[in-house]
Design a protein around this ligand. Structure first.
Ligand code: SF4
Ligand code: F3S
Length: 106
């Protein structure tokens, strides 16, 4: 399965949701997650993310392993999103900022 990781927080560009053939993205206030049971591992979303926040669970960067559980948990709680929306006005300023997990709004 594919996993949305920390750099999506506060960026939320949503280009990823447009290409997902099974519509398995779920939207929170400042982050998106993938439902692990619905993702079919097509890998189409990975190159679409301007923040490079999407990885296969087998290729997660060091320190991002906790996002496996975060995606699994929050995809059960948040509503589905299957169309691109405008990102936050300050999305580009947050792209690449470390430690954004502290900003995650559940
Ligand atoms: Fe959707 Fe494919 Fe990305 Fe899984 S890998 S979330 S199925 S686009
Ligand atoms: Fe987040 Fe990248 Fe999608 S920033 S909303 S994973 S395009």
């Amino acid at each position: 399965t594919f996993v949305v990781t920390e750099n999506c927080i506060q960026c939320k560009y949503t280009d990823c949701v447009e290409v997902c053939p099974v519509d398995c993205f779920y939207e929170g206030p400042n982050f998106l997650v993938i439902h692990p049971d619905e993702c079919i591992d097509c890998a189409l979303c990975e190159p679409e993310c301007p923040a490079e926040a999407i990885f296969s669970e087998d290729e997660l960067p060091e320190g991002q392993e906790k996002f496996i559980e975060i995606n699994a948990d929050l995809s059960e709680q948040w509503p589905n999103i299957n169309e691109r929306i405008d990102p936050p006005a300050d999305a580009d300023e947050w792209n690449g900022v470390p430690g954004k997990i502290d900003k995650l709004v559940r």
